[in-house]
Design a protein around this ligand. Structure first.
Ligand code: TPP
Ligand code: MG
Length: 405
């Protein structure tokens, strides 16, 4: 019912809500006022997005806050390790700043159950946030990223290829381009066997310029696939602003050209992301085909690793020797940090009367402890042996045909 109501609005101005949701609507609009100004087609302004988050149980909302914190403290702890511990071999493309995107999307998915029933997530070279939000085991992921043999993938994958199908996290992908095509293959499999599962791909603004972006959207629409394309527009690919490779201000305009419903959301606000994702998931499960969500967001660290960052400090403002073409202005980084996903999610829970400051702080302390223990455990795990490198690479005998999804 709510879905139908919210989808009646066709203009860019939303009709005033006339139902019991009005009060909640106004409250959310006030909370995320800055978010609305991200774009004229912002989440609350185009009538496309059901106001779902207000109906979630408190536990679920608190879980989302906790997930954002887990991602944040995983990133910070690993960045510190890279900066300060010469024996640490792991690395990451850090996701700090973007936590609300993965969290809001994965909160709308089916993450528990048999593989043939859960929703699948495809990630990229910046995978740790997506993995944690989908529910991977954090200690084994931490061990994996430091090439430990008891890691999630036996120490063979490290950051760029982590994967845990048991929770529907199909995995990271080091190549810019292919993940959306592969995700649409899973979505095709779901359709073929009449499952109501949904495939989600997270891809950056840099993906726009790859041919895979366009063929994926074209096929997803032609075949009405249950695919959700989440474009995390963090403004840069490596060191180039996305305007270097994309003629659209909103990349979602490209999806509209393929006839796919598209939303622009404030990626710093988990509630907005969740609302858009839930609408998209409902549409996909009901056979309504693909949705494109563009989340405007920002990463606090440089493209890769922690150059320019200082131990114990969030974000990187200093010199990055890898930035050969251009640098992000420090004031831009600081401006985005004013709209921090952790702060925004905490404020929403406090404003909605779900938590008070003290409980919110307690949860953060619990999460920090959980992440510290994960690193402590992982650093005691055995390293993998170079002589095992070719294990699991070649199969012997006949190999049964297999497909994901
Ligand atoms: C086909 C290919 N070309 C180039 C690269 C090198 N590369 C790694 S990440 C990246 C930028 C990706 O930018 P974006 O998609 O915006 O994601 P973000 O890093 O901002 O999360 C590039 C060019 C690659 N991995 N694959
Ligand atoms: Mg980018």
């Amino acid at each position: 019912m709510k879905y139908e109501e919210t989808n009646k609005a066709t203009s860019t101005e939303v009709d005033a809500p006339s139902s019991e949701s009005r009060r909640g609507f106004l409250k959310l609009a006030a909370i995320s006022g800055a978010a609305v100004s991200v774009t004229k087609r912002g989440a609350l302004a185009n009538g496309e997005i059901g106001f779902w988050a207000k109906d979630l149980p408190d536990d679920k909302l608190i879980d989302m806050y906790r997930t954002i914190l887990k991602i944040r403290w995983h990133e910070r702890t690993q960045a510190d390790k890279m900066l300060a511990d010469p024996s640490y071999r792991g690395y990451n493309h850090f996701y700090a700043g973007q936590e609300a995107v993965a969290t809001g999307v994965c909160a709308a998915l089916r993450n528990d159950g048999p593989f043939e029933q859960i929703d699948l997530v495809y990630s990229s070279h910046r995978p740790s946030g997506h993995a944690i939000a989908k529910g991977v085991d954090i200690p084994t992921m931490v061990a994996e990223m430091d090439f430990r043999s008891t890691g999630m993938n036996g120490g063979y994958a490290a950051e760029m290829h982590i994967s845990d199908p048991s929770v529907g996290f199909i995995g990271a992908d080091g190549m810019i381009g292919p993940a959306p095509v592969i995700a649409s293959g899973s979505a095709f499999a779901f359709r073929a066997r009449e499952s109501d599962q949904v495939a989600v791909v997270f891809a950056g603004d840099g993906n726009y310029a790859a041919p895979h972006f366009h063929s994926t959207l074209n096929n997803a629409k032609l075949l009405d696939l249950p695919l959700i394309y989440v474009c995390e527009n963090n403004l840069y690919h490596q060191y180039a602003h996305y305007s270097y490779s994309c003629p659209h201000k909103d990349i979602s305009d490209a999806a509209a050209a393929y006839g796919i419903p598209a939303n622009v959301v404030d990626g710093q606000d988990v509630v907005q992301v969740y609302n858009a994702a839930k609408t998209a998931v409902d549409r996909a499960r009901a056979g309504g085909g693909p949705t494109f969500i563009e989340a405007k967001t920002y990463r606090y660290y440089n493209h890769w690793g922690a150059p320019g960052a200082k131990e114990g400090e969030l974000g990187a403002f200093g010199y990055d020797p890898l930035a050969i073409t251009s640098f992000r202005p420090e004031r831009e980084v600081r401006a985005w940090m004013q709209r921090d996903p952790v702060d925004i999610s905490r404020k929403i829970l406090i404003d909605w009367g779900i938590l008070d400051e003290a409980r919110a702080a307690e949860i953060e302390t619990e999460v920090k402890q959980e992440i510290a223990s994960a690193f402590e455990w992982a650093m005691q795990q055995p390293l993998c042996n170079p002589e095992d490198a070719l294990k699991h690479v070649f199969a012997e005998g006949t190999v049964p045909a297999r497909q994901f999804g």
